[in-house]
Design a protein around this ligand. Sequence first.
Ligand SMILES: *[C@@H]1O[C@H](CO)[C@@H](O)[C@H](O)[C@H]1NC(C)=O
Ligand SMILES: *[C@@H]1O[C@H](CO)[C@@H](O)[C@H](O)[C@H]1NC(C)=O
Length: 236
Amino acid sequence: MIAGQLFLTLMLAVASVSANSVSDLVGTWTTKSRKVVTGPGFYDPIHDRFLEPNLTGISYSFTADGHYEEAYYRAIANPQDPSCPKGIMQWQHGTYTTSSDGAMELTPIAVDGRQLLSDPCSSPVGAYTRYNQTEHFKAFKVSVDAYHGVQRLDLNSFDGSPMHPMYLVYRPPQMLPTETLNPITPGKGKRHAKRATEATFSMKNLVSRETVGDPDRWLWVGVFMTAVGGITLFRS
Ligand SMILES: *[C@@H]1O[C@H](CO)[C@@H](O)[C@H](O)[C@H]1NC(C)=O
Ligand SMILES: *[C@@H]1O[C@H](CO)[C@@H](O)[C@H](O)[C@H]1NC(C)=O
């Protein structure tokens, strides 16, 4: 009897530990709008360009063997002119490690990351740059969301503040190839200007959507300032 109770207690302890295990991370996760998903639908490495999702959001994918991919599409509020938000798209992939205290470290493949910063109200050409930002999460937790009944991933950023929850959309994950994709330096040559112009033009749609009240509209404003630190401009 006592042995049985002990066994049960042990099983419960194992279950609560496994809520933070790496195997639970495996899959593709996305925020509430579910429109931003890692993989070829977000970043096209052949033409080296972004594909604009219909709504803003964040997505992360993890493999069991230590690879990750992330996709961000966010609006940045413009206090001077609220009808003119800027748009930002970011993509990175690389490797991740977890530590016994539940923290997670993401190390991107530096030459592969991309960012498009678009300010369609003031310029027809966005800033298409390489993006290389190491990320540290203080904690991660996989659970079953009580309301939606689906697997949910909560990440706490480096300072412990919670990020918006993400929900499991694919397991196994939907990702681009995990090896280095773009060993060449983008931004050299004529194709660059064309790509940036096209992508920025497309992001004009963001302005009309944002002003009619996208529910995710303000989610990404706060995190923007930390993200900007990692920008490397090709042409500066
Ligand atoms: C965006 O929405 C439009 C209209 O609902 C749809 O036709 C289009 O396929 C969507 N695009 C993406 C990338 O989901
Ligand atoms: C990428 O970022 C890391 C960490 O900040 C840095 O050590 C590395 O030199 C960067 N690589 C490139 C190519 O910018």
